[in-house]
Design a protein around this ligand. Structure first.
Ligand SMILES: Cc1cc2nc3c(=O)[nH]c(=O)nc-3n(C[C@H](O)[C@H](O)[C@H](O)COP(=O)(O)OP(=O)(O)OC[C@H]3O[C@@H](n4cnc5c(N)ncnc54)[C@H](O)[C@@H]3O)c2cc1C
Length: 347
C-alpha cells in the first residue's frame, strides 16, 4: 500500500476516533460491558465500547472446550434469551450468543484497542487508546464505564524459570501435551479442570498445590472426579507443597517430605488472576483490604447490571472490593467514572 494511502488511512482513523463526542465510553466489551452499553443506548446515550482484544476477549481465552458453571439464563444480557441444548452452555455457545447480542443492538465495539489512560474530568473525558500497531488515538466522552474484568493479569509465582516458554498461565486445549510430563500448579477450578482434561488426553499430570487438599470451592461435579483420579494415582499430587524453580527439563518442589525434583516438559501455573489495579488506581479508585464496599451489591454471574442506577456524588471515597460487585469512584475530580466489576472467585 503506497505511503499516501497509508497516510489517508491513518487520518481517516484519527477522524473516526476524535470527530465524535460520545456520551458514554465503556472500557471492556465482555458480558458486563455489553450489558452496560445496551442500557446506556436504551436511554439514548451515544455509547462506544473499546476492547483490547476481540469481543468478549476473556471468554475467548477460556479453555477451548470449557463448559460454563452457570445455566444459560444466568449469562443472559439485554433481555435476549440464551438458547442452548445443554444445561450448562459451552464457551463457543457463549461467544456465539454475545456476538448475536452485539449485532442485535448494533453496538459500536472498537476491538483491538487498549485503553492506556483516561484524562480530563466529568463530562470532558479523553480516553487514550493504542491499537494493535501501536498507534495512539483518543476518544472524547462525557462518562466512562469501566468493565475490565479480572482475567487479563495472572498472579505470577515470581520464581526462577517462570518466564520459560514451557510455562503457561492460561489453559487452552490438551492435544499438544499428549505423552508429555505436565505439572499443573493450583488447587481450584481452573487447575482441577485442566489436570483432568490433560490426563484424559494422554498427558502424565502432576498437580502441585500449597493447600492441604483440592479447594472446597471446586465445583461439586469436578471435585469427586479429580479426588478419585488422585486416589487412583492417575493424577499425581503434591499438597502443602510449592514449586520453587522451573528448569528446561525439570521442576523443583518444596514438599513436607523435603525438596523434590520432577522430570518435566510443560507447566500450567493456574494460580488465579487479578484486576488491572494500575488502571483502576489511575482512575482514582482507592484500594484497601477491606473486603466489602458499603454501597456495593453482589451480582453473581454476568447478568442484568444496574451500573446506570448508581449516582456518583462528589467528595465521598469508597474502597474497592474484589468479587462480584460494583466499584464506585466517589472522589471529586473523577466524577463521571463508574466501575462495573464482575469477579467470581473460582480459583
Ligand atoms: C474459566 C472461567 C469460568 C467461568 N465460568 C463462569 C460461569 O460459569 N458463570 C459466571 O457467571 N461466571 C463465570 N466466570 C466468571 C466470568 O469471567 C465472568 O463472570 C465474566 O467474564 C465477567 O464479565 P466481565 O465483562 O465483567 O469481564 P470480562 O469478561 O473479563 O471482560 C473484560 C474485558 O475488558 C477488556 N479489557 C481489560 N482491560 C482493558 C483495557 N485496558 N483496554 C481495553 N479493554 C480492556 C478485556 O479484553 C475483556 O474483554 C468464569 C470465569 C472463568 C475464568
Amino acid at each position: 500500500m503506497c505511503a499516501k494511502k497509508i497516510e489517508m488511512e491513518e487520518q481517516a482513523a484519527a477522524r473516526r476516533h476524535s470527530a465524535v463526542r460520545f456520551d458514554v465510553l465503556v472500557i471492556g466489551a465482555g458480558p458486563t460491558g455489553l450489558a452496560c452499553a445496551i442500557e446506556t443506548e436504551r436511554r439514548g446515550m451515544r455509547t462506544v465500547l473499546v476492547d483490547k482484544g476481540c469481543l468478549c476477549n476473556s471468554l475467548f481465552h477460556y479453555p477451548s472446550n470449557m463448559t460454563f458453571f452457570t445455566t444459560p439464563e444466568l449469562l443472559e444480557i439485554g433481555n435476549i434469551p440464551f438458547p442452548s441444548p445443554n444445561q450448562k452452555p459451552t464457551r463457543d455457545e457463549a461467544l456465539e450468543y454475545y456476538r448475536k447480542v452485539a449485532e442485535h443492538y448494533r453496538l459500536d465495539v472498537r476491538q483491538y484497542e487498549t485503553v492506556l489512560r483516561v484524562e480530563g474530568s466529568d463530562d470532558e473525558f479523553r480516553v487514550r487508546v493504542q491499537d494493535r500497531f501501536g498507534r495512539e488515538q483518543s476518544y472524547a466522552t462525557r462518562k466512562v464505564v469501566v468493565a475490565t474484568g479480572y482475567y487479563d493479569l495472572p498472579n505470577y509465582l515470581k520464581i526462577p524459570g517462570e518466564a520459560l516458554p514451557k510455562v503457561m498461565h492460561y489453559y487452552d486445549a490438551p492435544h499438544p501435551y499428549f505423552d508429555t510430563d505436565v505439572v499443573v500448579i493450583g488447587g481450584k477450578n481452573s487447575a482441577a479442570i485442566a489436570a483432568l482434561d490433560l490426563w484424559r488426553h494422554g498427558a502424565r499430570v502432576t498437580l502441585v498445590h500449597r493447600g492441604p487438599k483440592i479447594h472446597h470451592h471446586v465445583k461439586y461435579w469436578i471435585l469427586p472426579d479429580i479426588e478419585n483420579r488422585i486416589k487412583a494415582g492417575e493424577v499425581e499430587a503434591y499438597f502443602d507443597s510449592r514449586v520453587t524453580a522451573i528448569r528446561e527439563d525439570s521442576v523443583e518442589l518444596e514438599t513436607p517430605k523435603g525438596p523434590k525434583t520432577l522430570r518435566n516438559d510443560f507447566v500450567f501455573a493456574l494460580t488465579g488472576y487479578h484486576p488491572d489495579f494500575d488502571l483502576l488506581t489511575s482512575l482514582g479508585v482507592q484500594m484497601d483490604n477491606k473486603d466489602r464496599c458499603p454501597e456495593c451489591h453482589g451480582t453473581g454471574g454476568v447478568t442484568k447490571t444496574r451500573t446506570l442506577t448508581i449516582r456518583i456524588p462528589t467528595g465521598v471515597r469508597s474502597p474497592a472490593r474484589i468479587g462480584s460487585s460494583y466499584i464506585i469512584v466517589k472522589r471529586a475530580g473523577r466524577v463521571g467514572i463508574t466501575m462495573s466489576y464482575e469477579q467470581v472467585n473460582l480459583f
